[in-house]
Ligand binder design. Sequence first.
Ligand code: PRX
Length: 571
Amino acid sequence: MSSVLDYEEISQDFDWSASEKELGYVEGGTINIGWYCSDRLCDLGLRKKPALIWEGHQGDERTYTFDDLRLRSNGIARYLRGLGLEPGERVCLFMDRIPELYIAFLAILKMGGIVQPLYSAFGEESLWTRLDDAGTAAILTQRKHVGKVRRIRDRLPGLRYVIVVDADESKLREAEIAFSLADTPPVEEFEVYPATAETPSVLHYTSGTTGQPKGAQHVHYSLISQYLTAKWVLDLRPDDIYWCNADPGWVTGTSYGIIGPWSNGITQAVLDAGFSARRWYGFIEKHRVTVWYSAPTAIRLLMREGKRVVEEYDLLSLRHLCSVGEPLNAEAVVWSWQALGLPFHDTYWQTETGCIVITNFPGMPVKPGSMGKPFPGIQATVLDTRTGEPINEPGKVGVIALKAPWPSIIRTYWRNPAGYERKFKDGWYMTDDRASIDEDGYYWFVGRDDDVINTGGHLVGPFEIESALLEHPAVAEAAAVGKPDPVNMEVVKAFVTLGPGYSDGEDLEIEIMNFIRKKLSALAMPQEIEFVDSLPRTRSGKIVRRVLRAQEWGEPVGDLSTLVEDEREGK
Ligand code: PRX
């Protein structure tokens, strides 16, 4: 079944104002995403419609209607405001995918705060880096994660509130607060913060090549893109049950795991459990999921389990499948076509773009292995890295560039406007991804144009890993690169030189791996550490990761004498 929309037709006279109109937004007026994802749907008669069907890892289930979202987000918003939190302050969500996470997300926006979602599996150092940079005023977390907050709290003078949503009050420490969603009375009336288009909304931390992760600053006007792309690309329709695998610690989990579906009044199902083919198929079958937004690593894991498992479940409810985060290989598309009867539609975008920018539009012929074409309203090209000019030759590789602005492009990097400026060239936003365009206008992803590592669809920054490695007493120098992996596309590999008195060996390798896992996360943990005598450097002494990376990928290293010292500065 394909969408009624014709890609060519709607591309011709596309204007984002179509989205503004549907949402009833008037230029210069208020636009609060929290309100748009709860109150507005109630005003439109969807009070009783399920908004969130939640299933926990132990199989416990809860359902919240759009009216529940409205009343409960009002309750949390009033509570936060009552604490003295001001509009514009950063409020962090550091939780598993429990209902509180989704409802508090809307609440923070409703009270005018900037919501800062962080992946709950982050270790204390990853957490500290991001809270410190954002100057976060409050954090909402769970009992199981509060220990990490405690260990860094004395290094976060600006963190005024640590709020535990499932606390046993007797076990809380001084200056920690217990909050219970269930015990908080629903609030009928709440004065929603009158956010306008450029009011900051969500702050997502993302990794670059140099420096610590950057806070990508979104604004409430992003809704205009997120609403329409969710509706058109994910092909959402009123009776859909939509499932997005992504954690809201990453942009997919907010743009399309909260804002996109809910602003469209769509019921979404959330599973707070890790990967398991049977559990996932069982979830689709049980909740009659119709639209599924997943990722290549997950699809490859499903492929590994085989088609037999698929046949044990009734998955006929599925109508549309999409994927994001890493290159969707042609085999995965063909497999899903055969196993599930539907192809996965690739979607390409970034934390910075805020919305899907290149995609296999529903109804458009899918070319397995291609990302598809630019979303209407997004002017894209590939630029020649030398001349900076658009490449007009089919098949020739360049850097994907997008003509700025569009509603959901980030407005800055938090406290790093210069880093943001560096992303632009002659009005083009540079993605730092390489691709080619074929004669039909389809984009084919080639690879990243920087040193960022994409493991299972999650970006990890080499600098953050290297800095953490250097804190281990045995490590003298370190470099982190991506090495190929059949499931995760890339995993982290570290090259390390040791300080005097230390000798290499498996015990030390495992010790360092665990050191990183605890400090940063399992994602950032090197899967392999190679102990070396020295690291490749430029003449001025800068470590050249690309030599190590090329070695891992079996690619030519290139001419080292031509290395430009600062070519990658600031990415
Ligand atoms: O390298 C591209 C890869 O993921 C990067 C963006 O990561 P992040 O900001 O964490 O956002 C991920 C979810 C939107 C991109 O620069 N990427 C994303 N989608 C694709 C992709 N690579 C290939 N194909 C895709 N469809």
